[in-house]
Structures are given as structure tokens and as C-alpha cells.
Design a protein around this ligand. Structure first.
Ligand code: SAH
Ligand code: SF4
Length: 392
């Protein structure tokens, strides 16, 4: 049974901070600013130039090493400075609406973000923590909803509301660290060892904010989660793939799901724009790809759609020459889904062909299904505001 902790019922929830767009006079949220932007913020409140670098370091340490939420706790600053900063800046996270804990230990947070449109309800996103024996993976979202409409994905049935800011992307990691009581950033024995951009949204349609967010998450003086342990999953936005290697430096996962264009067109409609051939070419040419830095190919197992043994053989043929790992994902059903999960026996036969070809191909055990936290089940109640806000 899933436990639902309604954090709003314990005490009166703090009002979500208004978005900068609607309330430029409120305290400036510092989460998600890079060092340069933090420096600008400090100059704007009169910090002398010769002190800026040191103060940036103190704020960075407070935010990302100690996880402070309140200037009162930042004892590296003088009392006066704490009070001054508290007037102008904020260390607060977005509001947690609910925290759910699955019977298998998976945790899911529903997070309310400030609305950029005062007439619309505040958008919400989800983040999921999946503990395993040897690691703990935090799955975070990059957009509220998604503009793409993969037919097997619950998030795809929700219209895009907006891109997350770098701060909102980073805040998901802070919220999980808060809940898991993992401050200050431990060197060893961490609960969150890996981060995957596999929650809601297509991260490559929010490239700049995701990049800034991952630069902060991987920063060695803060959260310190190495880029080798951060994986970005894309449905296949081919022109941005090279940039992931060159500019972001995180690991790449591709939502492949089909081995021919007609089936992929149906499952992952962006394939009509960026076909399988182009996608695989971008993978072959992915900067930094090697046997030590393999690309993960995700393949959702859909009964009678993409799970034949001929499909398995074709998969092996297609990936020849690409240092790859294959993740077979049993389809997670959601209300009204037009597909069924493949039979377990079929998944095993499929996996055997892929394994025999020399690929590690773990079948991903579904986690957190009882709280709708498994892959593709994430969907918040946020609705689309305006088509003009759709990311490009
Ligand atoms: N938008 C990005 C990242 C988020 S989806 C992408 O598509 O890659 C994370 C993974 O879950 C993707 O591989 C996605 O295809 C898969 N997924 C989506 N819906 C699913 C479902 N119902 N069951 C199993 N996996 C699903
Ligand atoms: Fe969007 Fe990924 Fe879902 Fe496709 S699978 S609709 S790209 S979140």
C-alpha cells in the first residue's frame, strides 16, 4: 500500500513564491543561478566588488553543500549580512504538495511551481526517488507536461504548460536531499547517487535551463553529482544530441522503442521529423561515446507492437557499431492506455537475443507502480495555458 503524506495538511503551507515575471519586487530566488548571476545579484545589493567572489562562494556552499533554506542558518555570514540578504534574496524551495512513499520504497513528490500567468492555476511537476541495493536514482522533470505525444506515455497526454527554470530543475534535487536528510553533501554512502532526466518533459526542448541545472548539480563544491552519473533521456531531438555531448557532458539515453520507421512514427511521433536513420547516425557520432561511456537505449515492451523476436534481431543489427546498453522497460499501464505490456515470457526471450549479441540488457523492474511513479506514469493535473508558451 502506498502512503500518502499530504504535507499541506500538517501545517499551513507556505505560499509559493511568486514568479519573477509577475512579481519583480519580491525576494530574488537564488536556487539555480550560476556563479556569475549570483555575483550580479550581490552587486545589486551593494556588495563591494572585492568581496563578491568570497560571498558567492559562501552562498554556493550554503545552498548546495549545506542545503540551507533560511539565511538564519547561514552562520558563515555576519548577522547583519544574513538580515540584509534575507530581505533581498530567497533560499526557499518550491512548495511540496504531496509526498508519496511506495511499498517498495520509491518516493514521489508533487511539487507546485509559481504560475507565470496570474490567471492560471500554479503548474505542478513530479520527481521520483528510486532506491536500489547499490544505488539510489532520482528521476527529475524538465518541463510541466510535454509537447510531444508519444502514444504509450501518460505525460504525453498532458499538454505542455511551460519549461522549468534552471532553479526549478535544481530544486527537485534539493527537495529530495531534504526529504532523505542528506545534508551536508556526503562524500560517500550517498542515498542519491544518480540523477536521470526521465521525468516529465523532453529535456532537449529546454536545453539551456537543463544545461545550467546540470552544471549546478554536478558542481564539485556543491551537490557534487558527477556528470557520469547524470543521464539525460531524449525521444530523439537529433539536432540537439551533439550539443549534449559537447556542451552538457552528461550521459545520453535514447527512447528508441521501435526498430523501423512506421512503428516508431506511431509510438514516438517526433520520428516523423527525425527518422531512425538520422537518430542512429547522431548516436554513432555522439561526442565522447566509448565502451566506457555507452549510450543507453530504452525500449518499452508493448504486446504485439514491438516485441517480436524479429524486432529483437533487428535491434541488435541497428545498434551494431554503437557502444550501447539496452534497457527493456515493461510497459507501465495508465488509465485509458491503448497498449498492453508484453508477456513476461516474451520479454525474456527478447532479452535473451539481445544478451546473446553481447549487450547488457537489464529488464527494468517496474518501481513505484502503486503510486503511479513508474516510467511514463507521471502526469500532473496542470493544464495548458496558451499555445504561445510552448517551447521551441
Ligand atoms: N521525454 C524524455 C524523457 C522522459 S520519459 C524521453 O521520452 O526520453 C522516460 C522514459 O520512460 C522514456 O524512455 C519513455 O519513453 C519511457 N516511458 C514513457 N511512458 C512509459 C510507459 N507507460 N511505460 C514504460 N516506459 C515509459
Ligand atoms: Fe514526452 Fe518523453 Fe512522454 Fe514522449 S515519452 S510524450 S517525449 S515525456
Amino acid at each position: 500500500m502506498a502512503t500518502v503524506l499530504d504535507t499541506t495538511s500538517k501545517k499551513k503551507p507556505k505560499k509559493a513564491r511568486p514568479a519573477r515575471a509577475t512579481a519583480p519586487t519580491g525576494p530574488l530566488p537564488l536556487i539555480g543561478l550560476n556563479r556569475e548571476e549570483l555575483g550580479q545579484a550581490l552587486r545589486s545589493v551593494g556588495i563591494a566588488e572585492k568581496q563578491v567572489r568570497m560571498r558567492v562562494g559562501q552562498l554556493w556552499n550554503a545552498l548546495y553543500h549545506h542545503g540551507h533554506k533560511d539565511f538564519a542558518d547561514v552562520t558563515t555570514l555576519s548577522k547583519d549580512l544574513r538580515a540584509k540578504f534575507a530581505e533581498s534574496f530567497s533560499l526557499a524551495r518550491p512548495e511540496i504538495v504531496t509526498e508519496q512513499i511506495s511499498s517498495d520504497g520509491t518516493r514521489k513528490w508533487l511539487i507546485r511551481l509559481p504560475s507565470t500567468d496570474p490567471r492560471a492555476p500554479a503548474p505542478e511537476v513530479e520527481a521520483v526517488y528510486i532506491p536500489e541495493e547499490t544505488r539510489g536514482t532520482l528521476c527529475i522533470s524538465s518541463q510541466v507536461g510535454c509537447t510531444l505525444n508519444c502514444t504509450f506515455c501518460h505525460t504525453g497526454t498532458q499538454n505542455l504548460v511551460r519549461n522549468l527554470t534552471a532553479g526549478e530543475i535544481v530544486a527537485q534535487v534539493l527537495i529530495a536531499r531534504d526529504a532523505l536528510e542528506e545534508w551536508p553533501t556526503p562524500q560517500e554512502g550517498r542515498k542519491i547517487t544518480n540523477v536521470v532526466l526521465m521525468g516529465m518533459g523532453e529535456p532537449l526542448y529546454n536545453f539551456d535551463n537543463v544545461k545550467q541545472g546540470m552544471d549546478i548539480v554536478s558542481d564539485g563544491e556543491g551537490l557534487s553529482i558527477s556528470k557520469r552519473r547524470i543521464t539525460l533521456s531524449t525521444s530523439g531531438i537529433v539536432p540537439a544530441i551533439e550539443r549534449v555531448g559537447n556542451e552538457m557532458g552528461v550521459m545520453l539515453a535514447i527512447s528508441l522503442h521501435a526498430v523501423n520507421n512506421p512503428t516508431r512514427d506511431q509510438l514516438v511521433p517526433i520520428n516523423k521529423k527525425y527518422s531512425l536513420n538520422e537518430l542512429l547516425k547522431a548516436c554513432k557520432e555522439f561526442p565522447g561515446v566509448s565502451n566506457a561511456r555507452r549510450i543507453t537505449f530504452e525500449y518499452v515492451m508493448l504486446k504485439g507492437v514491438n516485441d517480436s523476436l524479429a524486432d529483437a534481431k533487428e535491434l541488435v543489427r541497428l545498434l551494431k557499431g554503437i557502444p550501447a546498453k539496452i534497457n527493456l522497460i515493461p510497459f507501465n499501464a495508465w488509465p485509458g492506455a491503448p497498449y498492453e505490456c508484453s508477456e513476461w515470457e516474451q520479454i525474456e526471450k527478447f532479452a535473451e537475443i539481445v544478451n546473446k549479441a553481447g549487450y547488457a540488457s537489464p529488464i527494468r523492474t517496474p518501481r513505484g507502480r502503486d503510486i503511479m511513479a513508474a516510467c511514463g506514469q507521471l502526469k500532473s493535473a496542470s493544464e495548458k495555458i496558451k499555445a504561445s508558451q510552448v517551447a521551441t
